[in-house]
Design a protein around this ligand. Structure first.
Ligand SMILES: *Cc1c(COP(=O)(O)O)cnc(C)c1O
Length: 399
């Protein structure tokens, strides 16, 4: 279909929930994608932090092909070997003892909210249900996760919201302390606020949050949907802060693009779920789990890719800071960890994103004025240099 007709049919048949760029991507390889007109793009969006190993990584492609020939889906009424293998891999490389599988980040957070409530009610009484989350956070678009998301712009129009959520400024430990009541059961936070504009915590914030949770018998839920799976240079971002959560959620990078989410917990907390507590028809099916096993195994092979993520992240931030020196009236700040990097601007970034796209570079804008860089961990210095060339060109053409 030619692009004009495609755009017409898109607006005729697709619900209008995204402001989509007028291109149609057909093929991907590594950090590059190609449009239907054959135009090549350098991809620093990576499906918004999903394509952690780049597009169509051969190990993922082969794993999916083989599994698709063998068995795509069976019900969770039976044991599923790839699901068990994946759960074991996740447990062996994290604080957790048990895993529940679902299909997205929002679903993983829904499962976390349900588990926290059930655990607290059973162990601490029926009035323990309140969850404290952060302002400027993002936890998903279902009714409960939308309520957990501390941003009115996502909630507007969908009231009444779920009862039982309170919000505090991120990074403010005394505000958190003062909001805890006898009804509080958990604190739910992102290790780095991704959608909120790549906001990093103070170095000792999570240590203090953990201590506060311990003192008040609260569960700590970490939403690692965006920060997990090697994105920050460690498999999970909590490893940077020397704390362990009680519950952690994953999605985005977990399956290299196949829809999979996971909610992980310690044995103590996980035991609140029994048959009938929670379920998902597709959750953890053979196909997605096989893709996810291949993703983790490739990511952890020899520790090379996590190390590359860390080094490329440092290089990217250093070079973006140089760009900041060149354009101090446009760029306010450069920050991030590993390959989750934000560049805050004095202006809305949509014109820059559009101009970069025309020059063959895909960038994402979040929180209105933060350019977000989430390339695959296989990105190389030469790709970053190429990106900087285009971005520098676009910035110097702004008036
Ligand atoms: C993307 C994201 C979600 C939502 O994930 P979906 O798969 O879109 O439901 C939740 N939490 C965080 C931190 C995210 O970045």
């Amino acid at each position: 279909m030619e692009i004009k007709k495609l755009l017409e049919e898109s607006s005729r048949y697709i619900m209008n929930t995204y402001n989509r760029a007028p291109i149609d991507l057909r093929k991907g390889r590594g950090v590059k994608v190609w449009g239907s007109d054959g135009k090549e793009y350098l991809d620093f969006v990576g499906g918004v932090a999903v394509n952690i190993l780049g597009h169509c990584h051969p190990k993922i492609v082969v794993a999916i092909q083989k599994q698709a020939q063998r068995l795509i889906h069976v019900s969770n009424l039976y044991h599923i070997e790839p699901q068990i293998k994946l759960a074991r891999l996740l447990v062996e490389h994290s604080f957790a003892d048990k895993v529940f599988f679902c299909n997205s980040g929002a679903e993983a957070n829904e499962a976390a909210i349900k588990l926290a409530r059930k655990y607290a009610k059973e162990h601490q009484g029926k009035d323990k249900f309140e969850i404290i989350t952060a302002l400027n956070s993002f936890h998903g678009r279902t009714l409960a996760t939308l309520t957990a998301t501390g941003q009115e712009k996502f909630q507007k129009g969908f009231e009444p919201l779920m009862p039982g959520f309170k919000y505090v400024p991120f990074n403010d430990i005394s505000a958190l302390k003062s909001l805890i009541t006898q009804n509080t059961c958990a604190v739910m936070l992102e290790p780095i606020q991704g959608e909120g504009g790549v906001k990093l915590p103070d170095p000792d914030y999570f240590k203090n949050v953990r201590e506060l949770c311990n003192k008040n018998n609260l569960l700590l839920i970490l939403d690692e949907v965006q920060t997990g799976m090697g994105r920050t240079g460690k498999l999970f971002a909590y490893e940077h802060y020397n704390v362990t959560p009680d519950i952690m959620t994953l999605a985005k990078g977990l399956g290299s693009g196949v829809p999979i989410g996971a909610m992980l917990a310690s044995d103590k907390v996980a035991s609140a779920f029994v048959p009938g507590s929670h379920a998902s028809t597709f959750g953890g099916n053979p196909l997605v789990c096989t893709a996810s096993i291949a993703t983790i195994e490739t990511l952890l092979e020899d520790g090379i890719l996590l190390d590359q993520c860390k080094r490329m992240g440092e290089y990217l931030r250093k070079e973006l800071k140089n760009l900041q020196k060149e354009f101090p009236s446009v760029i306010i700040d450069v920050r991030g960890k590993g390959l989750l990097v934000g560049m805050e601007l004095t202006r809305d970034c949509s014109t820059i994103v559009k101009a970069c796209m025309e020059k063959g570079l895909l960038l994402n804008c979040t929180a209105g004025n933060v350019l977000r860089f989430t390339p695959a961990v296989i990105v190389q210095e030469k790709d970053i240099d190429h990106m900087l060339d285009i971005l520098g060109n676009v910035l110097s053409s702004l008036s």
